[in-house]
Design a protein around this ligand. Structure first.
Ligand SMILES: [Zn+2]
Length: 84
């Protein structure tokens, strides 16, 4: 009896690398899970829209304005509340 090894499965798992790029705001290296449409920077909290040129190659398309504007506004309001 012949047993077929699941070699294709193994190579698929091994080939599952994560795409990396830099945060435009703070230049932190971010890892994007495959197929994700947005990615949040763990360092500064800004969010970026991601487009996938290739299954292994993510690219930042632009900021998620709703999130980044809110973060910027929070910064401003913190400063505006007499915090010296
Ligand atoms: Zn960042």
């Amino acid at each position: 009896m012949k047993e077929t090894a699941p070699s294709t499965m193994e190579s698929l798992i091994q080939g599952r690398t994560l795409g990396k790029f830099r945060c435009v705001n703070c230049f932190e290296r971010i890892t994007a899970p495959h197929g994700s449409k947005t990615i949040k920077c763990p360092k500064c909290g800004f969010e970026w829209r991601v487009s996938w040129i290739d299954p292994e190659f993510p690219r930042i398309r632009g900021p998620v304005w709703e999130v980044n504007r809110r973060l910027a506004a929070e910064e401003v309001s913190k400063r505006g509340k007499g915090v010296k």
